[in-house]
Design a protein around this ligand. Structure first.
Ligand SMILES: *Cc1c(COP(=O)(O)O)cnc(C)c1O
Length: 412
């Protein structure tokens, strides 16, 4: 039985018509795109905004007195204001444009080089994406700080008791994702942030996965840094955000040197520009940064409450139907979960399942999802990951389930 009333949360056919790519066929079948945790598709308004920029007001920003440069600069700063409002940051200059989550994390990790010393401790979670592990390992190598890991349990939840025991006056930083891209776990970041602050540590939350599904409030969270990528939020690739509390952004040194990030340059000494330009060296992805704002407007027009309700209902339905397949195991069964399902068929390699699904026009991801430590925990090489967005349908879930059954028959 389909949860009909939930299907009517919004006009799904209208929403689907916003995304030109969803009309595509793949291998002779209508595309079923279930790789949203890797990157989302783009609505026509976002595609149009890219064309509009290059067709009508393409120019370098901040430096020009001419009209086009002013228009581009205004649009660029308007986009920053949209992001500020979206995250409820206190100041527009607490939003730094970056090339994505990875860049944002590296910017912060690099900045902390001068703020840490040997014996200081950094805590990450066992559920992290490689991009939220490797930069901290590099930071530890540079500074002599020690990396500690909050363990996870069988359901894919973090063990908070262990975390609390790890915290001490040596802890300087805590890093955790808001939502795990591999398992879909929504982490209890409120508690993680609060406990870290009680120990005097700063917190960076990786919102790359979360921002597609919910609207974080950085002031309510009282988080020190929050990062995300536009391409998982219906926006373009190569664009991301770093939110930082003003006091932290002032403390951190610049990441890259170049144009736009300086106040004054002589060969003897250079002084840095004020926030946010201190962290935005060189010509940024002007078009992408502007269109990030368009994507955020689009998501807000649909409404995150509706998105969450609809995606939850997709998650429940898909979980129930997939579990009816004998020998199928779902990894990540946290009570607080978003619309990501990682699974394997007993005795069958995830890559083989993914290949058959692709032949049937269904896009899923297979492998370790840049989270090898999670795979090691479960002692598996990887999983098949189906991740749902608000433009997916209940019919597509049926196609997925049928295709998985077929793959099982063919591969067993
Ligand atoms: C996608 C993702 C990243 C990396 O984002 P990029 O856009 O590749 O920089 C980091 N963390 C999580 C949780 C992700 O889902």
């Amino acid at each position: 039985m389909k949860p009909l009333e939930k299907e009517n949360i919004f006009d799904i056919q209208k929403i689907r018509s916003d995304f030109p790519i969803l009309k595509r066929k793949v291998n002779g079948y209508p595309l079923v795109y279930l790789d949203n945790a890797a990157s989302s598709q783009k609505p026509q308004v976002v595609i149009d905004a890219i064309v509009d920029y290059y067709s009508n007001y393409n120019a370098n920003i901040h430096r020009g007195v001419h009209a086009l440069s002013q228009e581009a600069t205004d649009a660029y700063e308007r986009s920053r204001n949209k992001i500020q409002k979206h995250l409820n940051a206190a100041k527009p200059y607490e939003i730094i444009f970056t090339s994505g989550t990875t860049h944002s994390i590296n910017l912060v990790a690099n900045g902390f080089t001068t703020l840490l010393k040997t014996g200081d401790e950094i805590i990450v979670s066992a559920l992290e994406h490689h991009s939220n592990i490797v930069p901290w390992q590099m930071l530890c190598e540079r500074t002599g700080a020690v990396l500690k890991v909050i363990p996870m349990n069988e359901t894919g939840e973090l063990v908070l008791e262990a975390y609390e025991k790890m915290l001490s006056d040596k802890t300087k930083l805590v890093f955790c994702n808001h939502i795990s891209n591999a398992l879909g776990t929504i982490n209890p970041i409120n508690q993680i942030i609060q406990k870290a602050h009680e120990a005097g540590a700063a917190v960076l939350i990786d919102g790359a996965q979360a921002c597609a599904h919910l609207k974080p409030d950085v002031q309510v969270l009282d988080v020190d840094f929050y990062v995300a990528s536009a391409h998982k939020m219906c926006g373009p690739t190569g664009v991301g955000l770093l939110y930082g509390k003003e006091k932290w952004l002032r403390k951190l040194p610049p990441y890259q040197g170049g144009g736009e990030m300086i106040a004054e340059v002589t060969f003897e000494k250079t002084t840095y520009a004020d926030l946010p330009h201190k962290f935005e060296a060189g010509t940024p992805n002007i078009c992408g940064d502007i269109v990030f704002g368009t994507a955020i407007d689009y998501l807000n027009q649909i409404g995150f409450d509706k998105i969450a309700a609809y995606e939850n209902s997709l998650l429940e339905t898909a979980t129930r139907k997939l579990l009816e397949i004998e020998g199928l195991r779902i990894y990540g069964t946290s009570k607080q979960k978003t619309s990501v399902i990682s699974f394997n068929l007993e005795g069958i390699h995830p890559y083989d399942v993914g290949t058959i699904l692709d032949q049937l026009g269904i896009a899923v991801r297979t492998g370790h999802h840049c989270t090898q430590p999670i795979m090691d925990y479960y002692k598996i090489p990887g999983t098949v990951r189906a991740s749902f967005s608000f433009y997916n349908t209940f019919e597509e879930i049926d196609r997925l389930v049928e295709a998985v059954k077929k793959a099982k028959q063919m591969l067993q």
